[in-house]
Ligand binder design. Structure first.
Ligand SMILES: NC(=O)c1ccc[n+]([C@@H]2O[C@H](COP(=O)([O-])OP(=O)(O)OC[C@H]3O[C@@H](n4cnc5c(N)ncnc54)[C@H](OP(=O)(O)O)[C@@H]3O)[C@@H](O)[C@H]2O)c1
Length: 299
């Protein structure tokens, strides 16, 4: 519930205006929380008429200066272009540099930039070692943002899940795959904690607690089978047999395969211990219980 996110946040200065480039899954949730905190939020989408589109941004034309009037905070949730460039900076960097009231500029990146850690923990001091093409592009965009010298904060996210995007969707469609790769873990973050962390970090930034990089992950990286098992028990669904990774990989898409080629645990101590953010869903069990309750509400 939005109140669970809002209740642990400090209000932002009343004249704050947050512009979100890429009002997709995370962007819309962040926008809702910002609006509940009483600030003005505008979200972009690529096509007119898309739900939640306050303005159109499709990375091939400049924007009216009106959008930027009074903007205090900017967040980009848009992935890199295939040429490795950042879509926002490629198009409107001069307007961003001219926005004199900006107090915080956030960029949602991925923990993919750490590359494979062979199951070890990675934190913000770990040297990035992106191995997949998309992670190389992502790391290049992070650097593009840093080079702007705007008041930038990069949030590195692992797998995002939440209502309408969790283990339940494939369980209900009967398309769940029980891929068995012992020792493999994935870190995750519930979309409500992305929204909570963004607004929490915005507030701290203005108080001088402004690390340029923050991992936003939950406490317990876990194996995919544990997650599916837990979801199946909640939804009272039976599961197909396990398939060893060595067999499953023969029919995986290159994208799916790329996720299984990297194994790391994402450390959240900076966010949760040093900065003091309290996760709403500290592990997949509490997060999936939330997803399941939302699913039942919508049935
Ligand atoms: N999904 C994950 O598990 C995961 C994990 C780590 C990091 N991330 C990254 O975190 C960010 C937020 O993730 P999400 O899952 O919330 O994203 P999402 O739902 O896919 O939303 C992405 C947004 O970016 C917009 N967009 C995409 N390409 C664009 C372009 N070339 N020009 C203009 N707008 C463009 C989309 O426009 P429309 O609304 O018009 O489609 C959408 O609003 C993304 O950068 C994502 O890559 C995702």
């Amino acid at each position: 519930m939005i109140q669970d996110i809002v209740k642990q946040l400090e209000p932002l200065p009343p004249k704050s205006k947050l512009i979100i480039f890429g009002g997709g899954y995370s962007g819309q949730r962040i926008a809702s929380v910002g609006r509940h905190l009483g600030i003005k939020v505008l979200c972009s989408r690529r096509e007119k008429g898309s739900k939640g589109a306050d303005f159109i941004f499709n990375a091939d034309h400049e924007l009216s200066d009106e959008i930027f009037e009074g903007a205090t905070h900017i967040l980009s949730c848009i992935p890199p272009l295939l040429n490795g460039k950042d879509p926002v900076l490629s198009t409107i960097k001069p307007q961003l540099l001219n926005s004199k009231n900006l107090k915080w500029v956030g960029y949602l990146s991925t923990t993919g930039v750490y590359g494979d850690a062979k199951g070890a923990w990675v934190n913000e001091n770990t040297t990035p070692n992106p191995q997949q093409e998309r992670s190389i592009r992502r790391f290049s965009c992070e650097n593009e943002w840093i080079e702007t010298k705007l008041p930038i904060q990069i949030l590195r996210l692992p797998g995002i899940y939440g209502p309408r995007r969790s283990a339940f969707e494939s369980l209900l469609k009967g398309t769940t795959k029980m891929i068995d790769k012992p020792g493999q873990v994935f870190s995750r973050i519930h979309v409500d904690d992305i929204a909570g962390a963004v607004l929490f970090l915005i507030n701290l930034f203005s108080q001088g607690k402004n690390p340029s990089l923050v991992n936003v992950a939950d406490d317990i990286p876990s194996n995919n089978l544990e997650v599916i098992d837990f979801a199946a028990k909640l939804a009272k669904r039976s599961l197909p047999s396990k398939v060893p990774f060595e067999i499953a990989q023969k029919t995986m898409s290159p994208m799916a395969l790329s996720f299984w080629q990297e194994n790391r645990k994402v450390d959240n101590k900076l966010l949760c211990q040093k900065l003091g953010y309290s996760l709403i869903y500290p592990d997949f069990k509490s997060g999936l219980e939330n997803c399941y309750s939302q699913l039942k509400l919508n049935q």
